[in-house]
Ligand binder design. Sequence first.
Ligand code: HEM
Length: 459
Amino acid sequence: MPEPGSHPSPAAAPRPASKQSWLAAQGRLPLAFMGLALIWLLVATTLLVAHPGLLGMPHAAPPVIALTHSWMLGFFVTVACGAVYQLVPVALTTTLWKENLGWWHFWLHAVGVPGMVFFFQSYQLKWVALFATAVILGVLLFTVNTWVTVGRSTRRDVVAWAIILAAGWLCLAVLAGLFLALNRLFTWVPVAPLALLRMHAHLGLIGFFLALLQGVAFQLIPMFTMGEVRDWGPAKAGLWFSQAGLVALVPALIWQWAVLTYLGAVAVTIGLVFSGYGLQQSLTTRKKRKLDPGIAVFLRGGIGIYAAALAGIALTLPDSTRSTAVGGFNPMIYALLGILGGLMPCIAGMMCKVVPFLTWMRVYGPLVGRRPTPPAHSLTHPRLEYWGLGLQQFAVLPLLVGAWWSSQLWLHLGAWLLAVGVVLFLADMVGVMKHLWLPATAPAPGPALKPKLTASQTK
Ligand code: HEM
């Protein structure tokens, strides 16, 4: 997936016909998910700006849960599913098994998530469960589609395994979410709700997002920096250590086994260290020395993830008393570090590369060789990207201070900074996607990239 440019280049010529035509014809599906995710980003940010004080409340309070799901299910899961629909065919050199199942997933998700978020506000769990069923059906279709597509390809490396595992964990996370809601209503199993809540949240965060990042980073970063992965050992160790850690964490969180919880958190963190090392090794091979803002921010997200992992270990220390507290070092700090400090830059940074690429493939890909086309990178607005992503990251500091000191002032400041960053980022993304309806008639100014494929990229 090298950067497409306006002039015939060595990268444009050897692209397999099936890959190019799939993205031109079916790239609509990942783009639809990206578009929906951007709407949710606006909604979720508005909810946060309207009530920044929520971040100073106990994390299991209903409006906090509604806010969490507007971010997690509305924005992050939607982007990630769109990215998987795009990445699986590209990475595995195949086509998606059934595109129409992807569209069913899209509509079920588009209907289910707003219903869930709305009814979470007033904690009407019967309605939450109803809309959640739509979301779950969509996720099941996503998982089957992904598994069959990977199954039909011959690739069985870390990238393929990460996609298989992430899709499986997402299924378990959403089923656990439904179980949580129903168990609150009917008390089928006498387990502490907070313990189940933690298990569910970690299935989603570590099982889906972290596994996905630990795999797809090794596909995307070499692609976009024109580097390669020479040694897959650290990437493999990273994925499997984190997986082992999660397998330990799930029962440990449910039954509140403190020592196993601690060991699970340590194993996940060791996995992160291996993945980071592997990625750093791959970066040393890159031919594109200067990193784009999107890639730089994606990599900086790793710092937030490491910080969250350390905070998680501190929370699991057997003598930690911070498990439900508000103010000071508490679970909200851990969540903010992981979600806004880690996941947000990774996902937003990745979107800065993936959305222009998909838009370019759909609009200009079919025109290559027939008329001059603008290079994909000219679709974005670098200043908007730089400031948008930068402010989003900077906003995490006041939010952390606000949650730590229980200070409304700092929470408001952080929420507004985040909102400005999000608005700039949205303006950049809308500017890219407008090409779908208003294609440029002449090539945009600026040098076209002429990337060369490396040996690993052509595999
Ligand atoms: C159909 C899908 C889902 C359903 C039905 C669902 C349901 C729930 C419920 C009922 C709770 C609160 C439990 C309680 O009150 O005891 C909860 C909390 C939570 N869920 Fe989900 N969930 C779903 C998907 C997800 C996904 C995909 C993630 C992604 C990571 C996620 C992350 C969380 C988090 C982080 C919390 C804790 C919220 C907080 O402490 O503020 N959920 N979920």
